[in-house]
Design a protein around this ligand. Structure first.
Ligand SMILES: [Zn+2]
Length: 167
């Protein structure tokens, strides 16, 4: 497993100097540490394999875990059994997505099974560009998470402003 903290810190409840510095510099959060330790503690029973857990963001009762390429399945577990453990422990909804800079791919994973029909960038008179994500209106009922929650979370993950519209 590749985790945001070192092996020693995974096994104990204290942080070494290096990991503590990462926390102070806000490269990692307390939530990242708690999630990493939880994954480590259940690895023996749940066989997570060589997954990479990069970071997490929390927004409106939702935790989004960002993992390495191809690691979503192992992190979720067969039939979602790992996610169920995390959901019970953290008492929040959990989504797992692959690490990417591709906005469309990220949002696509978060809104699945609702469908993106297009993305375009809108440049307001003042302020930063907004990525307008058009979602098929017919699939609106299939949104697993509210659009506003996804908008907030995506801003935290890839520091881009997005707006979800149903068309
Ligand atoms: Zn450490």
């Amino acid at each position: 497993m590749k985790m945001p903290i070192c092996d020693t810190c995974l096994k104990t409840n204290t942080l070494c100097k290096v990991c503590n510095e990462k926390l102070k510099r806000r490269e990692i959060t307390k939530l990242d540490i708690e999630l990493a330790r939880t994954l480590y503690s259940i690895d023996r029973d749940y066989k997570l394999g060589d997954i990479t857990f990069k970071k997490s963001v929390e927004s409106d009762g939702l935790i989004i875990m960002i993992v390495g390429k191809g690691d979503v399945g192992s992190t979720v577990g067969r039939g979602g059994k790992v996610i169920r453990v995390l959901r019970r422990k953290f008492n929040k909804r959990i989504r797992v997505v692959e690490d990417t800079d591709d906005l469309k791919k990220l949002v696509g994973e978060l809104i699945h099974p609702a469908r993106i029909t297009g993305v375009n960038i809108v440049y307001p008179v003042s302020g930063d560009a907004i990525n307008k994500i058009r979602v098929d209106k017919a699939s609106k009922d299939k949104m697993p998470i509210d659009a506003s929650v996804i908008e907030n979370a995506v801003r935290k993950i890839i520091k881009k402003d997005i707006e979800i519209v149903f068309e």
